[in-house]
Ligand binder design. Sequence first.
Ligand code: NAD
Length: 486
Amino acid sequence: MKEFKHFINGKYVGSAGGKTFENRNPVDNSVIGIVHEGGREEVDAAVAAARAALKGPWGKLTQAERIELLNKVADRINERFDEFLEAECLDTGKPRKMAAHIDIPRGAANFKAFSETLANHPTEGFRLDTPDGKGALNVGHRTPKGVVAVVAPWNLPLLLMTWKVGPALACGNTVVVKPSEETPATTTLLGEVMNECGVPPGVFNVVHGFGPNSAGAFLTEHKDIDAITFTGETRTGEIIMKAAAVGLRNISMECGGKNPAIVFADCDLEKAVEGTMRSAFVNCGQVCLGTERVYVERPLFDAFLKRMKEEVAKLKPGRPEDPEANFGPLISLEHRDKVLSYYKLAEEEGATVEIGGGIPDMGEALQDGAWIEPTIWTGLPDEARVIREEIFGPCCHIRPFDSEEEVIALANDTRYGLAAAIWTENSSRAVRVAEQMEAGLVWVNSWFLRDLRTAFGGAKQSGIGREGGVHGLEFYTELKNICIKL
Ligand code: NAD
């Protein structure tokens, strides 16, 4: 039985009140361990440690020294790759080969990519003419924001947490992380790595717990937090924005999506099928960038639907370590209830269930896990709730369209604006349509192909601000102008 403690000021500590909760494995609902639930006391201690480190040893390091430490952190995660992999797969149930390919290597890379980008980014300088003819120099100077609260989700736990912690630390901030209650393991393990690499105590802190009336709320409401970076549901983002309003704290929000894929008849069918299979079903559909609405130009509709159904039928659910398995469970039974409620709603709203729609028979050993069938629907009206609300499960609706104008309007007819995928071999059309997508990220003939130097974030209710590359500088630093009269 594992025990997940908070990591505060370089030490693992339990909750003062002794409050804990269970961490369960979604593969079979077995108990992995107990997690300490942080209250105000632990949040206070973590924020105080982060503040002290900012003023103390961390704040005194040069940028080069900081970057050297963060590079060591990345290397050490890779050295302990198997432990991170094991921990991530236990918490999420995702196929080991997926986590080995994406979650852990990208989780480590986040500590290197940003430090290099930020180190090579210049600040601005202007020479100003003055009436005495001698002039003045303006020099931009960036300082860390301060103590940053990082509130993370469960779908890509290490990757999405370090996506924020990497640039935050590279810019000289200190952090208090609240991982999702569903996935405490890799964030806890990262504390050991920080100590092994000589990152000063208090720079990286972790407090476990839930959202409302628990560690999440106590952290985001804390008056000594300077900025909050959040990834999760739009509804939670709204609550955190209200908390951030007190004291006018800066926020960065990466929230939900209801992302479209547009498949034109002139696409490479096999590429489009392969890409849409990934965008709809990878990680059991629990990817914010995932596709839940697919629009296919009418001449290709039947062929595309047929190929998708053939591929879905080939998905093989199984334990993370099963080399044949390429499809894991949902994160929890509670989340499965939510997804299943949409499966039921789809039928009530008039969908044709093309494939899936229920719970698979996984045999006795796995029958208590959060398994669910990958599902494709057709025939829903555009105003159906299943078309408008984020489900965050392995499902998509496929609908025919007749013109470019029509499909652009359909794709944009959503309160979300995170990502879109366009499948066509006509590059003029690809650019024309991409430019009209109301989304922060558009992929053409690909999906989730990420260059860490580029901007990442959502439009409309999918988020506020951009992270990634130098864009994170705006959030993670304070830009000061120093004006020097000559
Ligand atoms: P969630 O909003 O339920 O929880 C996210 C985090 O917020 C958790 O750590 C949770 O404990 C905490 N939290 C919940 N209520 C809180 C409160 N009142 N105050 C402070 N903290 C609180 O989201 P989730 O279910 O963990 O993740 C799935 C959601 O995340 C989906 O909507 C998905 O689209 C979104 N997501 C977005 C991105 C992106 O980059 N845009 C990436 C991944 C996931």
